[in-house]
Ligand binder design. Structure first.
Ligand code: 5GP
Length: 225
């Protein structure tokens, strides 16, 4: 018989970090390597960028459509970021967690704060670029946005980094595979936390100990010594 029964419910994993830190690439690789992790696809009112795919990177909505979702209470959380709405659809998340599947949300800091208030045992990971110079390089080399938008994202990055201490773990994304490996290790550690234990089946009564120990095998092995 097993000694403990740990919670089988999946983990809600929140990943944030400034635009250009590489969270998208890291999260994508994480789900490719781990079939038990499901990446939530957010809704947004921002315009699709080069490389965006409807239903894969985001569900692209008009502001009106997004506001209707807020009105109908269809979002777990939402926030405005650089003038656009971003939000996590509610459907499926709690069902998947109940099935033991880990759910990954790649969201900005205001949304993460709301999740922290709602879900006490969620895991919060912050991804940083190695340097601000590297962040600038990554933002400009994407070639998907104009100067003004890049400047806005760069300024927002500084505000976001100020929120770092509200997270449980920080990963410096110098090398994608290494960052992914670190997140996998964090998830493994989280699953071993003693507060995930639901039941302990060890009965420390004299009778039980005696019954377990005093069998033929024990007698034989003791004789052998
Ligand atoms: P981007 O425009 O670069 O795709 O995303 C801008 C920011 O919005 C990123 O920090 C991204 O993590 C965040 N984001 C994406 N989806 C959501 C969401 O559903 N909720 C919140 N709060 N932020 C999101």
């Amino acid at each position: 018989m097993n000694i403990i029964k740990a919670k089988e419910r999946g983990l809600l994993i929140v990943v944030s970090g400034p635009s250009g830190a590489g969270k998208g690439t890291v999260c994508q690789k994480l789900i490719e390597n781990n079939s038990n992790i499901w990446l939530s696809i957010s809704c947004t009112s921002r315009e699709p960028r080069k490389g965006d795919i409807e239903g894969k990177t985001y569900y692209f909505l008009s502001r009106e459509e997004f506001e209707a979702k807020i009105e109908n209470n269809e979002l777990l959380e939402y926030a405005q970021y650089n003038g656009n709405y971003y939000g996590t659809p509610k459907d499926k998340i709690s069902e998947l967690l109940d099935q033991g599947i880990d759910v990954l949300l790649e969201i900005e800091v205001q949304g993460a704060k709301k999740i922290k208030e709602m879900v006490k045992d969620a895991l919060f990971i912050f991804i940083l670029p190695p340097t601000m110079d590297e962040l600038k390089r990554r933002l400009t080399s994407r070639g998907t946005e104009d100067k003004e938008k890049i400047l806005k994202r760069f300024k927002t990055a500084y505000q976001e980094i100020n929120e770092l201490s509200k997270y449980n773990y920080v990963i410096v994304n110098d090398e994608v595979d290494e960052a992914v490996h670190k997140i996998e290790s964090i998830i493994t550690s989280e699953k071993c936390r003693v507060d995930r234990i639901e039941e302990v089946f060890v009965n420390s009564s004299e009778e039980e100990m005696h019954e377990l120990l005093m069998d033929k095998e024990f007698d034989n092995s003791v004789h052998e010594l």
